[in-house]
Design a protein around this ligand. Structure first.
Ligand code: TXA
Ligand code: MG
Length: 326
């Protein structure tokens, strides 16, 4: 059985000991739970890929405690520094040039010349990094291609005994993965929408930031861009205005299902409300947990009501489209 320990000073020291010994720790962050290993230790990093069943070409995010630690492994150019000073610690991952003497395992960045770096806002995550004398490579703590975990139970369900220990700190505040911005080119580009919105990024950069979300499936920079990625085991149907026989409902807004035909007759176990008040942040925080709860092979699929394409709703819709297979 995986050890699940509540986050406190004592359990942080235990988790650091597991990491120093080359083990894997389920780590809370404000976005989603991560599956952490010593980013300098190739054997430990290889265990992440094995536990997730992740293709080795899919690189990992390296989590550090402060900007100085980021500089030890990567080059922060002018644009990157502007973003780092504004949004770190927080739900933003920067793709940066990897330093030759970074000491990082090559597996972390899957042989690329760049590396993904983030300082998490979650204090427990930063305390854990501080308690180690190395950065932590951590993808989301789920099997490759399935939903990201937003509470400790999800981590245990998804990864079982392949994770040595889980630091439990309840549900994640943001509930969606970080926004990924590629800073290695002439202009920063959004590779994955997430916790930090495009408008906030554009405002601080002083110009409109462009997306490269992998519409060109032959030329993918980040495997999170694969059209089918955050996928439950049953079909997901978006912008539903009615329900088909046997479908579960993921609602947003009015409890009357905004007129979704048949919605009001569903048994409780076949309905989840992302946010009855139409609050997009609440919806983001609930999204993955509720998709999991409705991911039942007895159902024909999950019908999802329209989510407004604004603010963090853009990231929610991105995940829903990928869950639906593009
Ligand atoms: O919020 C998050 O970002 C969470 C928490 C744990 O920090 N982590 C997370 O990691 O979502 P993961 O591995 O599930 O997603 C990382 C994404 C992948 O799509 C990967 O392809 C991309 O980042 N990535 C990593 N390194 C990259 C690089 N050098 N260039 C382009 N994309 C990269
Ligand atoms: Mg992931």
């Amino acid at each position: 059985m995986t050890r699940i320990l509540s986050l406190n000073q004592n359990s942080i020291l235990k988790a650091a000991a597991v990491l120093k010994g080359g083990g894997l720790v389920g780590m809370p962050t404000e976005t989603v739970y991560g599956l952490a290993a010593n980013a300098f230790d190739s054997k430990a990093v290889a265990k992440i890929f094995e536990a997730k069943g992740r293709p080795q070409f899919n690189p990992l995010i390296v989590h550090v405690n402060d900007i100085d630690a980021a500089r030890e492994i990567s080059e922060l150019n002018e644009q990157a520094l502007i973003l780092a000073h504004k949004f770190w610690p927080g739900a933003l991952t920067l793709i940066l040039s990897r330093k030759h003497d970074s000491g990082l395992s090559d597996l972390v960045s899957a042989g690329l010349a760049s590396v993904a770096v983030r300082i998490p806002a979650h204090k427990g995550a930063r305390d854990l990094i501080k308690a180690c004398d190395f950065p932590l490579a951590a993808p989301s703590a789920n099997k490759s291609g399935s939903l990201s975990p937003t509470n400790p139970a999800h981590v245990a369900q998804s990864l079982g005994s392949s994770v040595d220990m889980i630091l439990a700190d309840g549900a994640c505040a943001v509930g969606l993965e970080s926004t990924i911005v590629d800073c290695t080119g002439a202009k920063p580009l959004i590779l994955r929408s997430g916790g930090v919105g495009a408008k906030e990024l554009s405002d601080i950069l002083g110009r409109e930031i462009a997306y490269d979300l992998g519409e060109d499936q032959g030329n993918i920079k980040s495997p999170g861009q694969l059209l089918k990625h955050y996928a439950p085991s049953i079909p997901v149907r978006l912008n539903a205005i009615d329900l088909e026989e046997g479908e579960a409902l993921l609602s947003f807004g009015s409890a009357k299902f905004m007129g979704v035909k048949g919605g009001s007759n569903l048994p409780d176990n076949m309905v989840r409300h992302l946010s009855k008040d139409g609050d997009l942040y609440e919806a983001a925080a609930n999204l993955f947990a509720m998709m999991r709860e409705l991911d039942n092979s007895a159902y024909k699929g999950i019908a999802v009501m329209n989510i407004p394409e604004q603010g963090i709703g853009i990231a929610i819709n991105d995940r829903l489209r990928r869950a639906g297979g593009g």
